[in-house]
Ligand binder design. Structure first.
Ligand code: AMP
Length: 352
């Protein structure tokens, strides 16, 4: 029997869009999120206003839900594990462990026989010097945990660049140095796996970032069939290896020869998959709800070319114009204050 109530940890726009997709299939949703009246709670049936690791709140969420999922990868693994004792938690908590730490993540991806940048753990300035020397004096230094949208990173573009104090400058926390990938473009693939092991892949999207934040996702991506196939095979390997249930996003760099280098995985619906709500019959949000609730996966085929653009901060002022533009689906997140860098909504324009 399929689930009746779906618990969602996290109350942002991804949780909001999951709750909307769930409602269309007659599911009820309960959101666990410390911020009252969050984007997801505005459209869900109920909200538990508490911290993600509040034991009482987690017990309440488990009691109310037939299955629990999450909308962000920094859900405490201990909270997911606690819930999993009394209610199915999808995607599996192991996916959280892997994606919360860039070092674990890169090692995991490599173990799936998928190419990654070279990488080295950096726990001191001496580690950094040694790793930079190994990578020819260039690389990207990142915090292992809690980095997002390009935050907590330092780029070493040339061997001449000063390295002094670089370890401490990122907070003295565990870091990873990655070799610099000479990529031509960035793509991502959104894929889903159900509990029977059936997998469905959407077409890869070509992504452009601005100030470290996703700006546009364009379909089709300017890649050949062999590259698209490599992306699908990588997604399959990752999903199977994790015995995954739900939607995943995998980001890649495309090399000049068309080869792919995996950058990161997101064990959830992903910003670069928002286009699916306009250009596919079954969106990534419905696909995720289908997977975690025990329904069969939907058809991921794309019926249109399109461009998804994020509305960041003041971009929200452009909404009246977007509403007058033909072939555009406008989706807003219910956030009242438009701070710089804050994702307020997105638009998807069908282009063919
Ligand atoms: P991330 O936080 O890992 O998604 O990185 C943010 C952005 O920094 C990526 O979208 C790339 O544009 C760039 N970047 C990250 N890692 C590398 C790398 N190893 N080589 C080249 N560019 C990178």
């Amino acid at each position: 029997m399929s689930a009746k109530t779906i618990g969602i940890i996290g109350g942002g726009q991804l949780g909001r869009m999951l709750a909307m997709a769930a409602a269309r299939l007659n599911f009820r949703t309960v959101v666990l999120e410390p911020q009252a009246d969050c984007p997801a709670a505005q459209v869900a049936n109920a909200q538990i206003v508490a911290a993600y690791d509040d034991a009482e709140a987690l017990a309440e969420l488990a009691r109310l839900s037939d299955v629990v999922t999450y909308e962000f990868e920094n859900v405490p693994v201990s909270a997911a594990a606690m819930l999993a004792q009394s209610v199915p938690v999808y995607p599996p908590p192991r996916a959280l462990e892997v994606s919360q730490d860039r070092l674990v993540e890169k090692s995991f991806i490599r173990d799936c026989a998928i190419p990654t940048a070279d990488f080295a753990a950096v726990d001191s300035q001496a580690d950094l010097e040694a790793a930079l020397d190994r990578f020819g004096g260039v690389g990207v230094l990142k915090t292992r945990r809690l980095g997002y949208d390009g935050k907590g990173q330092r780029l070493f573009r040339s061997p001449a660049e000063s390295r002094e104090g670089a370890f401490e400058a990122l907070g003295g926390v565990p870091l990873i140095l990655e070799s610099l990938v000479p990529f031509e473009r960035e793509i991502s693939i959104i894929a889903a796996r159900d509990a029977n092991g059936t997998i469905a892949c959407y077409d890869p999207a070509e992504n452009v970032h601005r100030n470290g934040i996703l700006h546009t996702s364009t379909l089709p991506a300017r890649i050949g069939e062999a590259t698209a196939d490599q992306a699908r095979r990588a997604a399959r390997a990752i999903l199977d290896s994790l015995s995954y249930v739900g939607v995943i996003g995998v980001e890649f760099f495309v090399l000049p020869d068309g080869g792919l280098v995996a950058n990161e995985i997101a064990p959830r619906v992903h910003n670069s998959g928002h286009w699916t709500e306009a250009a596919c019959i079954v969106s990534q949000f419905e696909q995720h709800i289908r997977a975690v609730s025990g329904h069969p996966l939907g058809d991921p085929r794309r019926h249109s070319d399109c461009v998804m653009q994020n509305l960041i901060g003041d971009d929200i002022d452009d909404v009246p114009a977007w509403l007058e533009t033909p072939d555009v689906l406008v989706h807003l997140y219910g956030k009242t204050e438009a701070r710089p860098g804050r994702k307020m909504g997105h638009v998807t324009r069908l282009t063919g």
